[in-house]
Design a protein around this ligand. Structure first.
Ligand code: SF4
Ligand code: ZN
Ligand code: ZN
Length: 353
């Protein structure tokens, strides 16, 4: 097979486009695809400060690498989820990536801020780990972006991710989620930062090829909580279809965006948002889901760590010491932060400029 550009030996086949490229021309094509997505969907401009959510996996580090190469002002935000060796290695990969490129990396250490990692947050609130993790990510990406003056948060969801989520939402008939599924989610509240997905035109195997060709060092292990995840089953099903009918995932997602989502938006205007009474973040209720979760955890940890007779008759949800302060008060667990205190969430020692 020959490269479509130079007729040299092709290294990467892009079957859904009936084409193939040598290494250098694949990298050129890949970066052009991302840049086209950014411009076509008006995600951000070279003047915007972009906060890239980086897990340490291949997709997010590839996204950060491409945006830096294209000249965008992209900083990374890593959340340490407190999932044992997996989280430690993930943070190390992000730090090494940032160090090698002289890029800015912000880190929020969830166990340090909230007393437990996402698995503990889940256990103490009767959720599954991925639910507590997803809620924490959505909240913290937005909060750090707001506090640090970023105009947009970029996540590395690729075509495979989006097609699998779409299939899951269609099966469940989840209209609200379908309306919210798009490469760009504009801000609809002063406390909500714009969210974008610049890799939505790129297949997962293409980000893998890009990472290999660029020599990007990423965490190879999957999160231990992803074993048996339904999203993997949906991806497998789509891979089967794609194998015999290249372009299935792209057609599914792009047709949804162009033909179906506009109709759904007309019938579903989205929920009215207000500010959380505790942290000021956008929510549909009085207190946001993240504050409710962390306050339950704070209460549980306080009950567990207090000596008999030492438990103050404080109501669930009362706020105490701010993160960054003396969170390890004797007999007290770390507590969630108040509004306007979120600068202390970010570990400044991890900033790199
Ligand atoms: Fe979080 Fe791991 Fe679940 Fe992904 S698989 S949502 S990283 S807990
Ligand atoms: Zn070539
Ligand atoms: Zn809140």
């Amino acid at each position: 097979m020959r490269c479509a550009k130079c007729k040299g030996t092709a290294q990467v086949e892009v079957r859904r486009h009936h084409t193939a490229f040598c290494g250098p021309h694949f990298l050129e094509w890949f970066e052009a695809q991302v840049d086209r997505a950014v411009r076509r969907e008006r995600m951000f401009t070279p003047q915007d400060r972009v906060l890239v959510a980086v897990s340490g996996g291949k997709d997010s580090l590839v996204l950060w690498d491409v945006l830096l190469r294209l000249g965008y002002r992209a900083s990374g935000l890593h959340l340490n989820l407190g999932i044992g060796a997996y989280s430690q290695e993930s943070q190390e990969k992000c730090e090494a990536f940032a160090r090698d490129r002289g890029a800015e990396l912000l880190v929020v250490d969830i166990p340090a801020e909230y007393g437990v990692g996402v698995e503990g947050l889940a256990q103490l609130t009767g959720r599954v780990a991925c639910s507590a993790c997803g809620l924490s990510k959505r909240y913290l990406f937005n909060r750090v972006a707001l506090d640090r003056g970023f105009s947009v948060v970029a996540t590395a969801h690729n075509l495979d991710d989006e097609a699998a989520v779409l299939l899951g939402n269609l099966i469940a008939g989840n209209v609200d989620a379908l309306v919210r599924q798009a490469p760009v989610l504009e801000s609809t509240h002063p406390g909500l930062v714009k969210k974008v997905k610049p890799l939505y035109r790129i297949a997962e195997r293409e980000t893998a090829a890009y990472a290999v060709l660029r020599g990007i060092d990423y965490v190879l292990d999957e999160c231990p909580n992803s074993v048996g995840a339904r999203s993997l089953l949906l991806k497998e099903a789509l891979n089967l279809l794609e194998r015999d009918a290249p372009g299935t995932k792209q057609n599914l997602y792009w047709n949804f965006l162009e033909k179906i989502r506009p109709l759904l938006r007309e019938t579903s205007p989205g929920p009215a948002l207000r500010s959380c009474a505790h942290c000021g973040q956008p929510t549909t209720g009085e207190v946001c889901a993240f504050c409710r979760m962390t306050e339950r955890v704070t209460h549980s940890l306080r009950v567990r760590t207090a000596a008999p007779g030492d438990l103050a008759p404080e109501p669930v949800g009362a706020l105490g010491a701010l993160p960054g302060g003396p969170s390890g008060e004797e007999g007290r667990a770390p507590r969630p932060s108040r509004r306007n205190s979120w600068g202390s969430l970010v570990n400044p020692s991890s900033d790199r400029r």
